[in-house]
Design a protein around this ligand. Sequence first.
Ligand code: IPM
Ligand code: MG
Length: 357
Amino acid sequence: MAQHRVVLLPGDGIGPEITVVARQLLEVVSQRHGFSLSFEEQPIGGSAIDATGEPLPASTLEACKAADAVLLAAIGSPRFDSLPREKRPETGLLGLRAGMELFANLRPVKIVPALIDASSLKRQVIEGVDLMVVRELTGGIYFGQPKGRIETEGDERGFNTMTYSASEVDRIAKVAFEIAQERRGRLCSVDKANVLDVSQLWRDRVDAMAPDYSGVEVSHMYVDNAAMQLVRDPRQFDVLLTGNLFGDILSDEAAMLTGSIGMLPSASLGSEGPGLFEPVHGSAPDIAGQDKANPMAMVLSAAMMLRIGLKQAAAADDLEAAVDAVLAGGFRTGDLMAEGCTQLGCRAMGEQLLKAL
Ligand code: IPM
Ligand code: MG
């Protein structure tokens, strides 16, 4: 029997609540499909700061690297906003991505028919949207040096550096080309090449790779235009390739096409070693501990973990089908609530998902 070691990182805010739901479902599908999952919980983010003083304890990173896959819920809390940057929860997440060398972040955005009216956009605009954001995750302005804050004469200056090497662009572009090949064969690379040198390098490298993928049609779009096109006509997109910062922004925007950021999973992958699977949404401190969270993005992240990380596609199908069935049955958490539907808390939603399985 196949055995997979999963590290669970419940993190902060609503993280622990949605982790409970995902774990229960994973236990059921693993039994059904004849493989075993072992779970090991590790602290990260604010909960790790509380426990150890560090947002990413060395023991957490080691456990993640040694796992077959890592499932993270969410990190972050305004309680830590005044700490120095290296002590903040976000720094723990960035450290985990860098430490596991997870340079490729995949964020699929697909409209669920049952939720079409939950979007703030018109049905005609979003019907049939099915796109994938491929975001570079361990470089760009998030990690570029130099960075910091300095006192200048009578003033203070803060600065970061947006930088990519050709090889960093190549490895993420390759991931995006390969995904486009498996999908509808359209790759749109997003940059700001009309202003930024780093973006011109990005564009040149993508163009240089295009001849290797004759089945993929490549286009380039400036990031400001991409932000506009995502809400004007999102169906034009198949695969969107972006740097770290642009992908952070555009993936939140793209998430809202589906009605709630509470529906979006993601996968972060390196060239080898375990992947990290996490919902796109954050820790939602405002509703934490109130049994109001939507666990679906977490459950869908668990499905991505099964499919991509553990090669258990049939079990992943089951989790995705359970989400679809519960939504089709009219069950909604508060973020998606609509007339005629039944509103549930996180725990009750978990029970419905178990029933649907
Ligand atoms: C995301 C988040 C993170 C990011 C934060 C929490 C550091 O917004 O995963 O999109 O900026 O990458
Ligand atoms: Mg983000």
